[in-house]
Design a binder for this molecule. Structure first.
Ligand code: BDR
Ligand code: CA
Length: 308
């Protein structure tokens, strides 16, 4: 089993990803980050969701704001409900969550070359760790992120036409990560959009809690995207960890833009088009970007593991 650290701003699709990961990976810890809502609410939601599904993994509290921008949470409220997790929990728990950054640093030092960082929210925790301890870059097995949008297969951003929510939320953190030598696998919207979970798929899981949890997410897709069903972005990252052979991956350079209209835009560049070696790029900066997947296998595996 892969040893992973599960970094999340636990929205509805992150919650599904957590269930999938708990059943298939060795999760050393859950680290929270602001994103779908504020950090205290995110951490509270992570604690309550884990309790509900007997997920016995320590939870650590991470960054409350992006490196440069101030965040408003309005963009995701419609999608993940007013409290960031489908308005399914009303209570606050008394949980002492220790520092996520320290946990990430200590875990990597204790398990050199063994840990996969799984980032399902803004990349602020990971970027801050790398800023603080750049020597850790060579000790991380790899980082896998749900993030980015490259415009392939007619699939563009979900915040602006070029930018995806996680990258948009902290573009400077994403930029810092893509400038580092960290090995990175990217699971962008281009590929997550290909898996649609329908109402019937959801019912087949036989779990009323998951049905309630998904209600506002389903209505977002019905009312704003005009189709029945939902796209669960974050679990697709775990599908890659379960079986990377289901994914078509391209080795490309990735760049992140940070400002104004282009905030959070991700661009990829295929080395073979650098005809005149103008970019002087280094092969260690090539990233694995998933651009297609085996829809039938990924979806049936996801549903069968989530079935209780
Ligand atoms: C990403 O944004 C969040 O709302 C989802 O949880 C996912 O991680 C998709 O753009
Ligand atoms: Ca997420």
């Amino acid at each position: 089993m892969n040893k992973i650290i599960f970094d999340t701003d636990i929205g509805i699709d992150d919650a599904f990803a957590l269930l999938l990961a708990y059943k298939t990976q060795n999760i050393l810890g859950i680290t929270t980050v602001f994103g779908n809502t504020n950090i205290n609410q995110v951490t509270n939601n992570a604690v309550l969701f884990s309790k509900k599904f007997d997920i016995d993994v320590p939870i650590y509290k991470g960054c409350s704001n992006s490196l440069v921008y101030n965040n408003s949470f309005d963009d995701s409220i419609n999608i993940h409900g007013n409290n960031g997790l489908g308005d399914i929990f009303n209570d606050y728990v008394n949980y002492v969550a220790y520092d996520a950054l320290e946990f990430i640093i200590d875990s990597i030092n204790d398990n050199p070359h063994e840990i996969i960082l799984v980032a399902l929210g803004p990349l602020t925790n990971i970027a801050t760790v790398i800023k603080k301890c750049p020597e850790l870059v060579s000790k991380i097995k790899f980082l896998i992120i749900m993030g980015g949008a490259f415009g392939t297969d007619g699939c563009f951003g979900n915040i602006t036409c070029n930018s995806e929510f996680n990258v948009w939320s902290d573009p400077h953190a994403a930029q810092l990560i893509f400038l580092s030598k960290l090995p990175i696998v990217v699971v962008p919207l281009d590929v997550t959009h290909k898996i649609v979970i329908t109402e019937d798929d959801l019912l087949s899981l036989n779990n009323n809690f998951l049905i309630d949890l998904s209600r506002c997410y389903m209505s977002f897709y019905r009312n704003k995207k005009f189709f029945d069903g939902m796209v669960l972005h974050d679990p697709i990252v775990i599908s890659y960890l379960i079986e990377d052979k289901w994914f078509d991956v391209k080795d490309v350079y990735v760049e992140v833009l940070t400002d104004s209209l282009y905030r959070g835009s991700t661009l990829m560049y295929d080395k073979k088009y650098d005809f005149h070696n103008i970019l002087h790029h280094n092969d260690s900066l090539l990233r694995k970007v998933c651009l297609n997947l085996d829809v039938v296998n990924v979806k049936s595996n996801l549903l069968s593991i989530l079935k209780i």
